[in-house]
Design a protein around this ligand. Sequence first.
Ligand code: DGL
Length: 267
Amino acid sequence: MIKNKNLPIGVFDSGIGGLTVLYRLIEMFPNEDFVYVGDTLNLPYGTKTKEQLKVLVSNVSNYLNALPVKSIVIACNTATTNSGHLKETLDLPIIGVIEPTANYALSISENILVLATNVTIDSNAYQDIINKNKKDPNSKQFYLKCSDFVDAIENNEINTSYSYKLVQDKLKTVKNENIDVIICGCTHFGLYEKELKSVFPNATILECAVPTGLELKKQLETLDLLTDSKNKGTTTINVTKLQDNFKDKTKWFDHPYNGVYEIKVSK
Ligand code: DGL
């Protein structure tokens, strides 16, 4: 393992969803440098096969590892479900979003609704952790496939009449259930906080960002890899396909960054 605490931290997702994680990481680690990759050329991940995802996840991770970075945060639930193989070839801390988020949710309440992509729900990753760690046999959990939210969010359908209808229709089957926590089990879905609140005004809308940041902190601390720089860290955003409306649909990302660059991650 390259032990250089002043290298950047790599963060990736299929698109803009991982920026919701990066946004909080910048707040939690103000002195760290970050390099982000949005694999927009291959978006969406949530409806691909396991075989396809393994290749895509390896390509982006290998790109980040070669920069190099000191750690990789997989700011994508779908990619996290297909990342187990990375440990065989990459010798650096790799932090996924699912385990920290599922356990954080359980610490709030066990009455949970998980919204995620088709791949993530089918992987049973959330179901396995929640079933293993929940304590109350009478608590209830619900799991809904929402890959259609990803397409809408990437098309900038946020806070529009279309987005409210999409979310309200999806939640119809569970809207009368006793749900205390809604896990945004796809990093895009934090951008639907208002839409989700319109159905569940009192539920906690839990994004992956903070639980994942806490796990990152724990791992970097253990390995003595937190930066010792006292300067404000820098952020670089890369995408594998630069879309004209990128700036427009990421207006909410108001932390400063060096720029948005188009990169190639596959050989
Ligand atoms: N943001 C990703 C996640 O957390 C998935 C989006 C996609 O389907 O590409 O699962």
